[in-house]
Design a protein around this ligand. Structure first.
Ligand code: ZN
Length: 760
């Protein structure tokens, strides 16, 4: 069977820690698989858009050297925090205490900050501290509060009083902290000043005062690098939660715009810091295994020992950071065109680092109000072009991401193709994400005839969409179909041509920007393919035609899983899954959940490895089927049927010339060949599929995920009977009526939809 590079089968992880609500799912296990299969010891691995540890960590753990570059210092901060946490929890707690002890107006900072939020308990009137105030944006005052009350010994919520409103208004909205906060981000007279002021206005004057006090004192605090980094992480999370962007009384995962909600929360900054500390301590590993960190890039490059370096640089300038042809693998999870997040990062980076270079590098993101996909494609193409010069001739670029917005696939494929890469393998799955592996080919398209390009894109998109669905022969997730079209267009060089449209002289009449142009032409092509859609899952398939002769992908994946388990006595989970996916790449990428169901049906996980189940050894299954077949014949005769074989069935129980029961004996959960492509079922006959109990979960899953199978089963009245149920019926000595009744009394699985999680 042909093997290739497809999906690195692994579930993404939900990000944790500071700014988690802005961060896409992390693909650490997928990255680990690519590092393992595409590089060797000592090789250099580059995380081109570093904003966490998930690519660098698996690289260094496998003995590679790793470089993370990024323009956003907050992304690098998060990576540094995860790669090198404080060695001891008490080091972090002690530094936090020292921060709270820093003097402010003759008192400890902690005391000063807590006093900013003094408020009376709305229940008993005792003096307490507000956890938050809820503000009305229009009226511009706090109308509700939650107070930690020492007398009630709990947090009490209620309306504010005159003195709460007076206290909130004591802070000058344009006072010293305001100008300080603004000045750290942009100098006076700078064109981005107005925009920066809008961002600073996302904070109440009280919270801005408190945050600037903490920021200044953290700068002056003596602390080791990992401890300082952890404190900065806590502070940046406090910048986020301490803004006025979170509405009162509704859960919202993350702000979508930079407008204040009509009713917003002003949270107590000191309490936020304390919560941040608590969470940071909880996240510290029990037994930290620190990864070697090189002091700087020259050290890393001149020494073959595994280590990592974080290097602030825009990806577009990575060719000035690393030597030519030095990198074996580039991992790229491209930043999203997320204007809210980038603007906030520009603001917070200015606050956290008193560094003109940092502020300057982030300023473009402050000023840009709209981040559209065409902008994204161009920026990404520039980055990938720069990266191509540092890639070894035998090196790989892997773009990998999980993103509900399909435009990211479009942008990535166009950018990579436009930068001169050729696609050598890919896979996509709604859960695991989209993984595309590229080699540098230096392919450049020059002159582009826009009209013939549009025609080619439309024609190819239609053909690619149709052939993807024909090859799979089963309902397919829209994300996979979309990826199949764009990956196919990249492979056939259409996207490189499309990306080159921009280099042309202005067309007459002007054509839309390359990405919009491409999307239009592709949509015209895919719209020509008539599709069936499953309303609940959104999966798509071709209504008829060639797929009827092709076995559904799910059945092929099941058969391949058995072959692979037979080919070697023991498999680790990553090796087994990688091997299965190497047989089904690109348009054939199977669902990860289906593959896992196949593995669990045939495999037993013990002592860290998968083995084929004893009962699934081919000899045992063959013997079992032989016995059952004989017993079925005997039973049929005892019940007074004429027993026969043939016509695509293992056993036929007949009465006169009429088929009454038609039995298929199968050791697998393959369904397509019987339910979709099998011979006609005569009127009045009962088709029965007899299968091992160990296949039940898999079989039920197949019926659930493929509405064509479910419909065929219902229309023809298929019975699904487990081996052991049939043996019970044979042993009972039933008459015909009882046999008919008992046949239907065996549900495929006891509880539908129960999933056994795979041990990874
Ligand atoms: Zn009280």
């Amino acid at each position: 069977m042909e093997r290739g590079i497809g999906l690195a089968p692994a579930f993404p992880r939900r990000p944790e820690g500071p700014l988690a609500r802005y961060r896409p799912p992390e693909l650490e296990d997928a990255a680990a698989a690519f590092v393992s299969h595409l590089t060797s010891s000592g090789d250099l691995v580059l995380d081109l858009f570093c904003r966490g540890a998930s690519f660098l960590r698996p690289a260094v753990r496998q003995g590679r050297r790793a470089v993370g570059v990024g323009v956003n210092p907050i992304g690098l901060l998060l990576a540094g925090m995860e790669l090198q946490p404080p060695a001891h929890p008490h080091a972090l707690s002690a530094a936090f205490t020292r921060l709270g002890d820093q003097p402010k107006g003759g008192r400890p900072l902690r005391r000063h900050l807590v006093d900013l939020y003094r408020a009376r308990c709305p229940t008993c009137g005792a003096a307490g501290t507000a956890k938050w105030f809820a503000w009305d944006r229009e009226a511009s005052y706090p109308y509700a509060k939650a107070v930690r009350c020492p007398r009630c010994d709990e947090v009490q919520e209620g309306p504010t009083e005159e003195e709460d409103i007076a206290a909130a208004r004591r802070f000058d909205p344009k006072g010293l902290p305001y100008h300080y906060a603004l000045g750290r981000v942009v100098p006076l007279e700078h064109p981005a000043r107005e925009r920066a002021a809008e961002l600073v206005d996302l904070y109440t004057p009280r919270n801005l005062t408190a945050l600037m006090d903490v920021t200044l004192r953290l700068e002056g605090l003596e602390a080791e690098r990992p401890v300082r980094t952890a404190l900065q992480g806590i502070l940046v999370e406090t910048f986020d939660r301490g803004s006025s962007l979170d509405p009162y009384g509704e859960a919202r995962p993350r702000p979508r715009t930079l407008r204040l909600p009509a009713r917003f929360l002003e949270r107590n900054v000191w309490f936020l810091l304390e919560e941040g500390l608590e969470q940071a301590l909880a996240r510290l590993p029990d037994r930290p295994t620190p990864l070697p960190r090189a002091p700087d890039l020259p050290h890393l490059l001149s020494n073959p020992q595994p280590a990592y370096v974080l290097h602030p640089s825009p990806a577009q300038r990575v060719d000035r950071v690393l030597p030519p042809e030095s990198v074996a693998l580039i991992l790229a999870d491209p930043p999203r065109p997320d204007g809210v997040f980038w603007a906030l990062c520009a603001l917070w980076a200015g606050w956290l680092w008193d560094d003109a270079a940092v502020a300057r590098a982030m300023r473009p993101f402050l000023r840009r109000r709209r981040f559209d996909w065409e902008w994204h494609r161009r920026a990404l193409q520039a980055a990938l072009t720069a990266a191509s010069t540092v890639l070894r001739p035998d090196g790989h670029l892997v773009t990998l991401f999980v993103e509900p917005d399909r435009s990211l696939v479009t942008s990535v494929c166009m950018a990579a193709a436009g930068a001169g890469y050729s696609l050598i393998g890919w896979g996509a799955d709604p859960q695991a994400g989209c993984h595309l592996t590229w080699r540098w080919a230096g392919r450049q398209s020059k002159s582009v005839d826009v009209e013939s390009l549009a025609r080619d894109l439309t024609e190819a998109a239609e053909r690619l969409a149709r052939s993807c669905l024909e090859e799979r022969a089963e309902p397919t997730a829209p994300v996979l179909l979309h990826a199949a079209v764009y990956a196919g267009l990249a492979e056939e060089s259409h996207l490189a041509r499309a990306a080159a449209v921009v280099r042309r002289e202005p067309a007459e009449p002007p054509s839309p920007p390359p990405l919009a142009f491409t999307v239009q032409a592709v949509e015209a092509g895919t719209a020509r393919v008539s599709l069936q859609e499953d309303e609940t899952t959104g999966r798509l398939w071709l209504p008829s035609a060639r797929e009827e002769t092709v076995e559904p992908l799910a059945d092929r994946v099941e058969a391949r899983t058995l072959d692979i388990l037979l080919s070697r006595p023991e498999w680790t989970t990553p090796d087994l899954l990688w091997e299965i996916y190497a047989s089904f790449t690109g348009p054939l990428t199977p669902d990860l959940s289906l593959v896992i169901a196949c593995v669990e049906s045939y495999g037993r996980f013990e002592d860290g490895v998968w083995r084929l189940r004893e009962e699934d050894k081919p000899d045992r299954r063959a013997e079992e089927l032989r016995t059952l077949r004989e017993e079925l014949k005997t039973l049929g005769q005892r019940l007074g049927f004429r027993v026969g074989e043939g016509k695509g069935r293992d056993i036929r129980w007949r009465e006169g010339r009429r088929d009454v029961y038609l039995f298929i004996l199968s050791s697998t959960a393959a369904l397509g060949r019987y339910l979709l492509h099998g011979p006609q079922i005569p009127e009045g006959a009962h088709p029965c599929l007899v299968f091992p109990g160990g296949r039940a979960e898999l079989l039920a899953r197949k019926l659930r995920r493929d509405p064509r199978l479910a419909r065929a089963a219902a229309e023809k009245g298929w019975h699904f009977i487990k081996f052991r149920h049939l043996r019970r019926l044979i042993a009972e000595g039933l008459d015909r009526r009882l046999f008919e009744t008992m046949l239907g009394l065996d549900p495929i699985v006891e509880r539908e939809g129960v999933q056994i999680p795979l041990v990874l």
